[in-house]
Design a protein around this ligand. Structure first.
Ligand code: ATP
Length: 269
């Protein structure tokens, strides 16, 4: 499956990073990243567990400390207060209240986002819309604590969709979902992009790659590739083969650098 470019791609990217680095626990976790995330598209952030996907997403939504370099989001520095209502973020662990129903959870978050009596009708419509978008209308009055894992993560996604944010940052939203739900969610992501929003979706599963307009392939805190799925799979046959090839290349460079350093040290003795 290949998707054409969706929505109106404006000139300015949704996210622009240059020489972006992050230190966590005294260790460099992101190392001098440079990339753009185009508007109105679904960009996949793919890489193995621990490569820094969550850290990069936290930096983009403004919740990560010790970020250096340039990181512009929707034309503002990451973390700027004016971005708060323009970005939806779904973390890996569903952040919903188990003792509230699906609708009550959404009413609660909607009231934070769009407070006041005058906005009550707008909030009600927005809550009904997002519940339908994540296909939970039949469970709207069920307690969140009584839902399956996949249903709970869809409640989290619904929270992020409130207010129709321009940028959605979704950390592994399809983990643990069955194939039908995964397909439905990806269709929803594309429908949202077609309306002009930008989605950055992480995954450590390479078979999700072909569902994205663009891919950022990450490994050990660095971006190995920034391209379309077609361009990446053209040379190697699949995105997974391209990724493995890039890993081998990076390892070969690192080994060559180590050998050169060892030779220099030997000569200096
Ligand atoms: N709270 C923390 N303090 C210090 N180091 C951390 C912390 N959280 C993560 N790290 C380290 O940062 C690196 C990147 O982690 P991150 O969670 O961003 O990776 P990831 O690609 O999202 O992994 P996963 O797919 O497993 O969620 C890892 O080496 C991890 O050990």
């Amino acid at each position: 499956m290949n998707y054409s470019t969706g929505g109106a791609a404006a000139v300015q990217p949704a996210v622009h990073a240059a020489d972006l680095s992050v230190v966590r626990g005294g260790r460099p976790v992101l190392r001098g990243l440079g990339f753009d995330v185009p508007r109105g598209q679904v960009t996949g952030l793919l890489g193995p567990s621990g490569c820094g996907k969550t850290t990069l997403m936290r930096a983009i939504v403004g919740t990560q400390a010790k970020v250096t370099g340039t990181l512009q989001v929707l034309g503002h520095p990451a973390g700027a207060p004016e971005l708060r209502s323009r970005i939806g973020y779904v973390t890996q662990d569903p952040s919903v209240y188990d003792d509230l129903t699906v609708r009550q959870n959404l009413d609660y978050f909607a009231a934070i986002l769009d407070p006041g009596r005058a906005a009550a009708a707008r909030r009600r419509d927005d809550v009904a819309r997002v519940i339908a978008e994540v296909d939970l209308t039949s469970h709207a009055d069920a307690l969140a604590g009584a839902l399956s894992g996949g249903q709970r993560s869809r409640v989290s996604l619904a929270v992020a969709l409130l207010g129709s944010p321009e940028l959605l940052v979704l950390d592994e939203p399809t983990v643990g979902l069955d194939p039908v739900l995964r397909r439905d969610l990806w269709n929803l992501f594309h429908a949202i992009a077609d309306r002009g929003a930008t989605l950055l979706v992480s995954s450590h599963v390479m078979d999700e790659a072909e569902r994205c307009h663009r891919l950022l392939l990450m490994r050990e805190g660095a971006i190995l590739a920034d391209d379309t799925p077609d361009a990446l799979s053209e040379a190697s046959g699949s995105v997974e083969s391209a990724f493995l090839h890039l890993v081998d290349e990076a390892d070969a460079h690192a080994n060559a650098d180590d050998t050169t350093t060892a030779e220099r040290q030997e000569q200096a003795r």
